[in-house]
Design a protein around this ligand. Sequence first.
Ligand SMILES: [Zn+2]
Length: 321
Amino acid sequence: MARRRSSHTWVYFIWGINGIAILCLIAVGVFYLTNQQVSAAVGPNETTQAGPTRKIPPTSYFLPTLTPNPNYTPPVFETSTPFLLENGPRPTVIGYSLAGRPIEAYTFGVGERQYLIVAGIHGGSEWNTIALANELIIHINEHPEAIPTDATLYIIRNMNPDGEARAHGVDGRVNNNGVDLNRNFPSDNWVQDWDRDGCWIYRSTTGGAYEGSEPETRTVMSFISARKITALISYHSAALGVFPGGVPWEKESVALAKALAKVTKYPYPPLDTGCKYTGTLADWAVENGVRAAVDMELRNHENTDFAQNLKALNVLLGFMP
Ligand SMILES: [Zn+2]
């Protein structure tokens, strides 16, 4: 019985608290409403009257005048060879050169087999490879059927824009660090310096402070590593022919080189000047998942050999290792 009485006491107690809480809420509500009426009554007339204009102390909200640093050189943000495809896809900027010039990639087709053309790795001394890339981009844009429905083609039209901007000739070959970009890739045989017998000797150059040291090189490495590239052509000039990737030459790359030589009439096997090529894009590519890669040289330093390279494009896009 004692337990029963005690539970009754609790019920009265809780209802009591509830009652007090409800009274409090009502009180707050009444207070709030009363206040609103009062402020409405005081109302608009007073608030819309503008006070006197506040004077801003002169110059207090402006930054102090800066004297330009005489040693500051603004970075260059421009393309050396402005190329814009009218009524076509815009390129993707995939990286920047040392001087801040964009390195661009055009993409055609949406198929699963992926192919890549790289031009201008030797900049202005092989500027006709860039001119060829431009012609191919214009042609493919006008003839989208050139790309098989199950293929995608990427064209990096100018891998060394600083070299190309510097000069059309031997001075335009290296990047702004004086590095030969086609000797800077971290392939198994990379070296900083090499025996110049039979090699290009018209200016001094190196393979880079270390393998893959240059931003242009790393841009193309990342682009390739992020994709599953079946085959690629790295364009050069001039005259020596088609070089398969791999040390020693890798089987699929040899097959691609032979097929390309057949339609272009560029020499295969390539002419042997006695030069040892190290750290090339093609070598690095086949060591890193690209099924076939070649360095292919145009006939001279001026022409694009367009008709021949249109045939080469078909060979590339039909190549299935
Ligand atoms: Zn070259």
